[in-house]
Design a binder for this molecule. Structure first.
Ligand SMILES: *Cc1c(COP(=O)(O)O)cnc(C)c1O
Length: 433
């Protein structure tokens, strides 16, 4: 399997190379040159995530040294479940795909753990330590920190905007210590991202620290996200002979794109509907055909506050014809008032607590039903409600029970350094080591 840039097919690379580069030299994103095709029957004997992952991802690793390591990589990465849970109180057939059982309680653990497992093997035999530099608006940084924590071949520097994440998100970013350094930047997420970009663009800085990216556009984070959609789709197909329709909370379009790719390669999936928050670039585009990225606005679903979703470029590479694309996916936008209302309502009516991100999908489910939608729907729950307990408790009067993984992290001391929003400030801090 070769990967090419969304902007030109000139320099095809294999999986390991695409992972190391992160972004293609022409600034585009890596996509498979051609997609494999599967039938449900090929997965007949595969039930657990690592087995499904191994079969599904094998063609994507073919031709690269990582192919031989794929079984071990999948065992490392998929070491927690993604259960499909029925909601018997719902007014129509409805399940939840729970993607929050990983070490930091959001779906980003899957991609981060798979990427770390790949990078560990790619880096083997090299003497110099890498530094993973990551800017985060909430969940990415914690997932990356957890996935690389304690690995002797790598240091991690996480930059997050001080005061702009939930308390528990902040704790999950700053509890690590050891080879992870957490910087609370006196600025916005955009400042964090700018510093990271400047660092990579500074050859001396990049060389001194052997900078490496775990950015969400890395193909090594995207591919493993197909696996849980495959498991859920196959399970429903086996049990009922029906195709699952997914509603995916969407920001940078990484998770939803993995769902779209999974369907594209033959996983039994029916409709795919994107749920966005008040950041409406994607919903507007699907309505009008005009691609108009805009500055992001802050919402309760902070991990989806993206005004210019980078994976749009990959989606348009898959469906270059707009009308074809419009026929393939739906999208609907949910504002903060509706997020709060949905958390309240579903707590009573479905006996279910949602994180604000998952609540956007739950709201879109109600909208689809009101418009007469049929079939079996799956709400993709991207984070555990306990991660956002302030919002959940204020709306429902109930406290989400705290999973053990979160309880452990909450008990650790917080270790972070405040940082002015400049590359010089980061340089000075990293030189202290
Ligand atoms: C990152 C994130 C999203 C958005 O996912 P994308 O792949 O960026 O579309 C949704 N919910 C949660 C909880 C997240 O952390």
């Amino acid at each position: 399997m070769h990967y090419i840039s969304t902007r030109s097919a000139d320099h095809p690379v294999t999986l390991g190379e695409a992972i190391v580069r992160g972004i293609a030299p022409d600034g585009g994103l890596y996509v498979p040159l051609e997609f494999p095709h599967f039938t449900a029957r090929q997965f007949e004997t595969d039930v657990e995530l690592p087995q499904i992952a191994e079969r599904l991802l094998a063609p994507f690793a073919a031709g690269d040294p990582l192919a031989a390591e794929l079984p071990a990589i999948c065992n490392d990465a998929f070491n927690f479940p993604a259960p499909l849970v029925g909601l018997p109180n719902a007014p129509a057939p409805l399940s939840v795909l729970e993607l929050f059982h990983g070490p930091t309680n959001a779906f980003k653990d899957f991609g981060a753990r798979f990427l770390a497992a790949c990078m560990e093997r790619i880096h083997r035999g090299q003497r110099r330590k890498l530094t993973i530099l990551v800017a985060t608006s909430g969940d990415t940084g914690a997932a990356v920190a957890a996935a690389f924590h304690g690995k002797p071949w790598v240091d991690v520097a996480v930059l997050y905007p001080q005061g702009k994440v939930s308390d528990r998100q902040a704790q999950q970013l700053a509890c690590w210590g050891g080879n992870v350094r957490t910087f609370a930047v006196r600025g916005t997420f955009d400042d964090c991202q700018r510093i990271v970009k400047e660092a990579f663009a500074d050859p001396t800085f990049a060389e001194t620290h052997q900078l490496s990216s775990a950015n969400s556009i890395n193909i090594g984070r995207l591919l493993p996200q197909m696996v849980y959609f495959a498991q859920a789709g196959l399970q429903l197909w086996r049990e009922s002979g029906r195709r699952a329709n997914f509603i995916v909370p969407t920001g940078n379009l990484g998770n939803a794109l993995a769902c779209i790719w999974a369907r594209h390669i033959g996983v039994p999936i029916g409709e795919i509907v994107l749920a966005t928050n008040a950041n409406q670039s994607i919903t507007e585009y699907l309505r009008t055909g005009e691609w108009a990225p805009r500055p992001s606005v802050a919402t309760l679903a902070n991990a989806m506050d993206v005004g210019n979703p980078s994976n749009m470029e990959r989606l348009r590479a898959l469906h270059s014809d707009f009308e074809e694309l419009q026929g393939q996916i739906g999208a609907s936008s949910v504002d903060d008032i509706e997020i709060r209302g949905t958390i309240r309502r579903d707590s009573h009516e479905l006996d279910r607590l949602w994180c604000p991100h998952s609540a956007t999908a739950a709201k879109v489910f109600r909208r689809l039903l009101a418009r007469g939608a049929r079939g079996h729907w799956v709400i993709v729950a991207t984070a555990h409600p306990a991660k956002f307990n302030e919002i959940v408790e204020a709306q429902t009067g109930r406290e989400a029970s705290v999973p053990d993984s979160l309880a452990r992290l909450l008990a650790l001391p917080r270790q972070e350094t405040e940082l002015d929003p400049t590359l010089d400030a980061l340089r000075a801090e990293l030189q202290k080591n």
